[in-house]
Write a protein that binds this ligand. Structure first.
Ligand SMILES: CC(C)(COP(=O)(O)OP(=O)(O)OC[C@H]1O[C@@H](n2cnc3c(N)ncnc32)[C@H](O)[C@@H]1OP(=O)(O)O)[C@@H](O)C(=O)NCCC(=O)NCCS
Length: 186
């Protein structure tokens, strides 16, 4: 499996169908299901066979994705557990824009894992020709908004143009990332 990058505590790597059981535990967790927006395509993942199909589809799609985009698994370097997921995906409008999405298993919340991974992945994206990144956060998802701000994202407004529901829009540019460096683990 292809490794994308490593941070102090995490490995960011491609998904494989061998992840089906652990991925089902992650995406099927009731807390993550509660926060999974309909548009993310993660709701209704109910058993390992469905999960395996989804992972297979992601693997195929990954080969044709534009530079600077993709879907990856987050694995703890200490112990090798699958702890979360992180993606850079084209947004519906305009298509050239890219959204960062992430999910972390609830037992790992509060350790700075997503801040660490998102910060490193944003660096990678900016090195791969992206000039800005966005996050779309449901208004009641305070944790996701806090993470967006922690990596240096700036709130740029509220919009329903992306997925037909009102979402807080955060934007990250390379300079924002540089200014967030002192807040993030190396
Ligand atoms: C959004 C989500 C990924 C955030 O998880 P998280 O663990 O809070 O994210 P972070 O990596 O930013 O961690 C921040 C927390 O770790 C703490 N922390 C500990 N060590 C840290 C470190 N080295 N660096 C940064 N934060 C650290 C922070 O103080 C903060 O703690 P708090 O929860 O008490 O405020 C998680 O809640 C989730 O998966 N939610 C469901 C899916 C979802 O909403 N995804 C986003 C869709 S837009």
């Amino acid at each position: 499996m292809a490794e994308l990058l490593r941070t102090n505590r995490l490995l960011v790597r491609d998904w494989t169908t061998a992840d089906a059981e652990a991925a089902l535990k992650l995406f099927g967790h009731e807390t993550l299901q509660r926060w999974a927006p309909e548009f993310a395509g993660l709701s209704g993942i109910s058993d390992a066979a469905v999960m395996q199909d989804v992972l297979q589809r992601w693997a195929v799609e990954q080969r044709d994705m534009s530079p600077g985009t993709g879907r990856w698994a987050l694995v703890a370097l200490d112990g090798g557990a699958l702890v979360g997921a992180i993606s850079l995906l084209p947004m519906p409008v305009p298509e050239a824009d890219v959204e960062i999405e992430c999910q972390l298993a609830p037992e790992y919340w509060g350790r700075g894992y997503i801040t660490e991974a998102a910060w490193a992945l944003a660096h990678w994206a900016f090195e791969h020709s992206l000039v800005e990144l966005f996050a779309l956060v449901p208004p009641d998802n305070a944790r996701a908004a806090a993470t967006a701000r922690r990596i240096g994202m700036e709130w740029v407004g509220e919009s329903d143009k992306y997925h037909g529901q009102s979402l807080q829009v955060f934007r990250l540019r390379p300079d924002d990332l540089a200014s967030a460096v002192r807040n993030t683990p190396g």
